[in-house]
Design a protein around this ligand. Structure first.
Ligand code: PLP
Length: 374
């Protein structure tokens, strides 16, 4: 039986040749390929981008660059990948779980306002599934309360908020280029901002805090005599990763167009279906990372099992972080009504660049049949 995969990378001979080229030059670590990828990302976004090893590393360094750590609170929607919460706690700060809107699963402004305390230092928002959070309101609230805004834009490379590219405005934007994201560099991530303090911090902190190591590497020299001023990490990107990312960035508009077409087809086929609900978003602004539906929670696991029997993989985005043992113990228990209602209703359907339109048709008819019979 042919399996319809939930997600996967799309790799052509161009990526393979780019990696071979790096291997042949025998300079595999962080060097000029990373610089080239950063220049291309910065041109695309109109702001400086610095590459790191993972999206999680990007988030952690972004928080630390704001001087946020132990005793500080960072508000974050609970309905996100555990990476967002782990990045906050890695910095020493406490992640404060926030509720989401039921219609688009981005952060609830109403709940956010209830959570701001004198210890709050930042809001980490998530552009869920590629759907932009309410950035206008969030930036306004942040300004009024003297808070930083860190965007977990792992789902949203190429997405827009009211026509503006995510990463081209705002405070600090973090992307992930892991294997299944909108573009990949194998693993990888980027911090994007105009904030000089953040840029300077990330340049050193990604290389063990070795002062000016980024600059030296990009000039083809190594830092033999150096000083260290901060805790640093081994969070840099390699030339091999950057070589993949450069080709993927060239293919971005193909990726976005195809993902949008696949999602439009899902919406067309499922809009009138009984027993399921779709998220509410503007597809022309969205570079969709995942496609999520809501079903009756008592039927969710059954539906997933039946789809899998027909070779259709599905996913769960996400288990709320405030229900995970490690984070439950960090804050006072608090109800998040929307998150707690919705997460058990969610099913993520297959979505990736190489998915065929007839595969979408097959997923939709299988799903409709299961819903009709259950
Ligand atoms: C993928 C992802 C991350 C982390 O990115 P990595 O590159 O895998 O470390 C963070 N947040 C969200 C919402 C993600 O989907």
């Amino acid at each position: 039986m042919k399996v319809i995969k939930l997600s996967k990378s799309s790799i052509t001979t161009a990526e393979k040749n780019a990696v071979l080229d790096v291997l042949e030059k025998e300079y595999l670590g962080m060097g000029l390929k990373v610089k080239e990828f950063e220049v291309k990302l910065s041109d695309y976004l109109g702001r400086t981008a610095l590459c790191v090893a993972t999206g999680t590393a990007a988030l952690q360094l972004a928080i630390e660059s704001c001087g946020i750590g132990r005793g500080d609170e960072v508000i974050c929607p609970s309905l996100t990948y555990v990476a967002s919460f782990q990045a906050i706690s890695a910095s020493g700060a406490t992640p404060i779980p926030c509720d989401v809107n039921l219609n688009d699963l981005t952060i609830s402004i109403e709940d956010l306002l209830k959570l701001i305390t004198p210890r709050t230092r930042a809001i980490m928002i998530v552009h869920y599934a590629g759907i932009a959070a309410q950035m206008g309101e969030i930036l306004k609230i942040a300004k009024l309360n003297n808070l930083r805004v860190i965007e977990d834009a792992a789902h949203a490379f190429g997405s827009k908020y009211k026509g503006q590219l995510i990463g081209s405005f705002g405070d600090i934007t973090c992307f992930s280029f892991d294997g299944i994201k909108n573009i990949t560099s194998g693993e990888g991530g980027a911090v994007v901002t105009t904030n000089e303090e953040t840029l300077n911090y990330v340049m050193d902190a990604r290389l063990l805090g070795v002062s000016k190591d980024t600059e030296n590497r990009y000039n083809g020299t190594r830092s033999w005599n150096f000083d260290v001023f901060n805790q640093g990490w081994r969070y840099h990107m390699s030339n091999i990763m950057a070589a993949i990312g450069i080709i993927q960035l060239d293919r971005l508009s193909l990726f976005i167009t195809k993902r949008q077409k696949l999602v439009k087809r899902y919406i067309k086929k499922l809009n009138a279906a009984k027993g399921l609900e779709l998220l509410n978003f503007n597809i022309s602004d969205c570079a969709p990372h995942i496609f999520v539906i809501k079903v009756n929670k008592s039927k969710r696991d059954y539906i997933r099992q039946e789809l899998l029997k027909q070779g259709i993989e599905t996913g769960l985005h996400y288990q709320p972080n405030h229900l995970l043992s490690f984070f439950k113990n960090q804050t006072v228990e608090r109800k998040l009504p929307n998150t707690e209602e919705v997460w058990e209703q969610l099913i993520t359907l297959p979505l990736h660049y190489d998915l065929a339109y007839k595969d979408v048709d097959k997923v939709c008819s299988a799903l409709i049949k299961i819903l009709d019979e259950s």
